[in-house]
Write a protein that binds this ligand. Structure first.
Ligand code: 5GP
Ligand code: ZN
Length: 114
């Protein structure tokens, strides 16, 4: 499937390998890697190999693999508590204008407590 990437986009450049990342998983339409500013250990990002800023602009064929990849990451990391988050637009806290899903592990804060 032909991907559509943008020269100036940080995440498109990560997909192309022009910017280094810690890759977790890749499919023909999707790329997953660790967030550079993790909210918790293992915070991952899942992105389509298609440059669309917001979810409603993304063709379905590039959306199809994103949640299955997020699911594989959650299973591989053996996560019990986690959030899957997807922001659209500046007021909704989107910083990088390329569709992405966060997989954010929720550490067990009760560990070690008596
Ligand atoms: P947003 O606020 O747009 O939903 O989230 C963007 C996320 O991308 C942030 O959590 C931020 O840490 C991450 N990020 C921004 N630039 C880079 C980068 O160059 N590499 C990686 N791995 N993550 C990035
Ligand atoms: Zn992009």
């Amino acid at each position: 499937m032909a991907s559509k990437l943008a020269a100036e986009c940080i995440f498109c450049r990560i997909i192309k390998g022009e910017i280094p990342s810690v890759k977790l998983l890749e499919t023909p339409t999707t790329f997953a890697f660790l967030d550079i500013g993790p909210l918790s250990e293992g915070h991952a990002l899942v992105i389509p190999k298609y440059h669309a800023e917001k979810l409603h602009q993304l063709p379905d064929e590039f959306l199809a693999d994103t949640l299955p990849v997020a699911k594989k990451i959650a299973a591989a990391l053996n996560l019990e508590n986690y959030n899957v988050l997807q922001n659209n637009g500046r007021l909704a806290h989107q910083e990088v204008p390329h569709v992405h899903f966060h997989v954010i592990p929720k550490p067990n804060r009760e560990e070690g407590l008596t």
